[in-house]
Design a binder for this molecule. Structure first.
Ligand code: HEC
Ligand code: HEC
Length: 304
């Protein structure tokens, strides 16, 4: 009997030990992508302001409902995993990102890693932002440095178990996140490549418009094909070039109207999260970027 209890105790100790080891090792399961060194890149705040528009940073990082200061965070994002509260990304040193270096910012945007080494949830679309080019990231940081610092302490996320275990994210990242900057498809025009870069990179359109696999990775075989219930709980339309289910039969003018004014060819105004995307992001596009995005939507093909 004593032997039985002794081996049982040993078994329990070993199990606990194995569990603790796995738990401690979890954050390191994922191997980060190649380190991006932006030390030599000089950011321009004016261009960075435009990058913030392309990236839609204002929509998520402003608590519009409670008249929050732009970029000072606190917006509640309700998801099936629980509620996120977006961080303050103004340069306040205590409650914002005022103490961050360009290297810290680059790591957050391209690897989804916090300065303390822990992982971000992909509710922060670094899964798309990692495709942004070095200059764009440096410009964005230069712009964020010029925003008035706002002291606004954000309460922590309120996620359900087991989604509240941040270290578990490394497993998800191992399965679904392979960071790499955008590289041009040589056989395509510069205009197409710019459009592809925006839609798959800063514009993060894929995050809503591309269906996901069971564990929440983008199902790239169904690029931009829409889904009955997107990350925001809404029905997300197909915006592939399919003439029936997608926007293949829309004219360039139709697409322009949608992106600039949020009006569909039937004259309806887009609603929900797309209304925000239009207001905070696409309506600010330069004429070249409208043309680029429209060129790409007419022929999105596959993306490497
Ligand atoms: C779809 C909503 C969404 C958009 C769009 C978005 N973010 Fe965020 N962002 C988040 C969430 C949610 C977090 C926190 C994630 C977490 O808790 O792991 C976050 C975290 C961050 C952080 C880390 C802050 C900290 O204190 O650790 C930075 C920096 C950041 N975002 C910058 C940006 C920039 C720059 C843009 C625009 C290019 C942007 N975000 C667009 C949702 C968003
Ligand atoms: C946060 C989620 C989200 C993001 C990000 C997003 N969309 Fe949408 N989009 C929607 C939703 C929801 C609708 C449907 C709106 C409606 O029916 O009122 C929509 C509608 C559209 C439509 C109209 C399609 C139709 O058949 O009516 C187009 C075109 C479109 N989006 C393009 C884009 C582009 C381009 C981007 C990136 C710049 C983008 N979307 C980013 C959620 C999103």
């Amino acid at each position: 009997m004593a032997l039985f209890y002794r081996s049982l105790a040993l078994g329990i100790i070993l199990t606990v030990f194995a569990g603790v080891t796995v738990y401690l090792a979890l954050p390191y399961v994922w191997t980060p992508g190649p380190k991006r060194d932006l030390a030599q890149v000089i950011g321009d705040p004016e261009l960075g302001k435009y990058e913030a528009r392309l990236g839609g940073c204002f929509s998520c990082h402003t608590d519009v409902k409670n008249n929050g200061v732009p970029l000072a965070g606190g917006r509640v994002m309700t998801t099936p995993f629980g509620d996120f509260r977006t961080p303050n990304i103004t340069p306040d040193r205590e409650t914002g990102i005022g103490g961050w270096s360009l290297a810290d910012f680059t790591q957050a945007m391209t690897q989804g890693i916090r300065p303390d080494g822990s992982h971000y949830y992909p509710a922060f679309p670094y899964t798309s932002y990692n495709r942004m080019n070095d200059q764009a990231i440096a410009d964005l940081k230069a712009y964020l440095d010029t925003v008035p610092p706002t002291h606004n302490k954000i309460p922590s996320n309120n996620l359900r178990f087991p989604f509240n275990i941040r270290r578990g994210l490394s497993v998800w990242k191992t399965l679904y996140f392979d960071p790499k900057p955008w590289t041009n498809h040589e056989e395509k025009s510069a205009k197409w490549n710019r459009g592809a870069y925006i839609i798959n990179g800063p514009g993060h359109c894929v995050e809503c418009h591309t269906p996901r696999t069971l564990l929440g990775g983008l199902d790239t075989r169904q690029h931009l094909k829409g889904l009955p219930k997107g990350p925001t709980g809404e029905k997300i339309p197909d915006i592939s070039a399919d003439p029936k289910s997608g926007v293949g039969s829309w004219s360039e003018g139709d697409l322009m109207f949608l992106l600039k004014l949020g009006l569909t060819p039937d004259g309806d105004a887009v609603s929900g999260s797309m209304a925000e995307v239009v207001k905070d992001s696409t309506s600010h596009y330069s004429i070249q970027d409208f043309k680029a995005v429209i060129t790409y939507l007419k022929d999105p093909g596959t993306v490497k």
